[in-house]
Design a protein around this ligand. Structure first.
Ligand SMILES: Nc1nc2c(c(=O)[nH]1)N[C@H]1C(S)=C(S)[C@@H](COP(=O)(O)O)O[C@H]1N2
Ligand SMILES: [Mo]
Length: 326
């Protein structure tokens, strides 16, 4: 967490990069850190075969990458180099620092089944490999804005969430989709403590899910996802703060109840359900007016809906009384 955060060369303002969990007091963090250190040694204790297998056989099929780029998604800035975005991650299952990419190598993504249940015609489980082969892949260049006020620009590969919804055959009564990740402390060092409520959960409305921008991600930089990016399958919801883009999805539930997401459950005064990017609505502890571009160190103005208002603003008409922007 805060204690082991090393300042990267391109960081110009640490004050901007407040970790999402800084609301937890220092004593609690130190206690958890004690447990976290124990957890870190759990990987070393794993049988060598289990570790090697996770590293040797990623779930994604390299033959499907790179996929054809969808030119409809244009950028106003340069791409973040993989060397930078793959070594500066938020993935609390592996700890609260930005350099969890080493810890994340213990994530075993093969085999990986995805359960689809709740308000669907017929609940089912599908192997990630089958899903990846079933829906044609495309590449989209998206901006990503973390609630901590840093941003990056990433070439994701995957398919629209709308296609997955179609495939899942939800009932008309479904109003939300709830996404859930794994809960396995033997494979994820950060899941050993008592600070967090695992698994990580996120949710969107059905209208958001079928918006053209909502993207299911299986690859990045023209290759299957590396573990630290949330292998084998995650979301990219570029008009929302980064924490909505849940990683390593195991279960997709169609429901008529609004899901309570991971950060909302921990601190509902700071993080809500909607979490749409808005430079004018400050986080209780910092401004959201600007963002630090990870690979240039520049500070640039943050845009409403992260610049994607044309695609998504209509989703929120009539909902103005809702806390849409945190
Ligand atoms: N399962 C899970 N998904 C997650 C997170 C996490 O801790 N666990 N962090 C979120 C946050 S805060 C951000 S900013 C993005 C980071 O994605 P990246 O590491 O690919 O940049 O993942 C999101 N998805
Ligand atoms: Mo984030």
């Amino acid at each position: 967490m805060v204690a082991i955060h090393r300042k990267p060369a391109w960081a110009i303002s640490e004050a901007l990069a407040t970790p999402e969990d800084a609301f937890l007091n220092r004593r609690t963090i130190l206690k958890a850190w004690g447990l976290g250190t124990l957890a870190a040694t759990a990987y070393a204790a794993l049988p060598k075969s289990a570790r090697a297998e996770g590293e040797r056989k990623p779930a994604g099929n390299p033959a499907l990458y790179p996929a054809k780029r969808n030119e409809a998604y244009k950028l106003d800035r340069s791409l973040t180099p993989e060397e930078i975005s793959s070594k500066y991650n938020n993935f609390y299952e592996f700890g609260g620092s930005k350099d969890i990419w080493t810890e994340a190598q213990t994530l075993i993504t093969n085999p990986w089944d995805i359960e689809i249940d709740g308000m669907v015609e017929k609940p089912f489980t599908i192997a990630f490999a089958d899903l990846e082969a079933k829906i044609p892949l495309e590449e989209r260049l998206y901006r990503h804005r973390c609630v901590e006020a840093w941003s990056m620009t990433v070439p994701w590969t995957g398919f629209s969430l709308a296609k997955l919804v179609e495939f899942a055959k939800p009932m008309a009564s479904a109003k939300y989709i709830r996404f859930e990740t794994f809960n396995d402390p033997s494979m994820a060092s950060g899941q050993n403590g008592f600070l967090y409520t695992w698994p990580y959960v996120e949710g969107v409305t059905m209208a958001e899910a079928v918006n053209e921008l909502a993207f299911v991600v299986t690859g990045v930089y023209g290759k299957p996802l590396l573990n630290q990016f949330g292998a084998p399958i995650r979301l990219a919801l570029p008009w929302k703060y980064g924490f909505k883009s849940v990683k390593s999805i195991r279960k997709i539930t169609f429901t008529d109840e609004r899901p309570v997401s991971f950060w909302e459950g921990l601190a509902s005064n700071e993080y809500g359900f909607w979490a749409n990017v808005n430079p004018e609505v400050a986080h209780p502890r910092w401004s959201q007016a600007q963002e630090r571009v990870l690979h240039t160190g520049e500070t640039v103005p943050t845009l409403l809906f992260n610049g994607y208002g044309e695609q998504v603003a209509s989703l929120y008409e009539g909902l103005e009384s809702e806390p849409l922007y945190r």
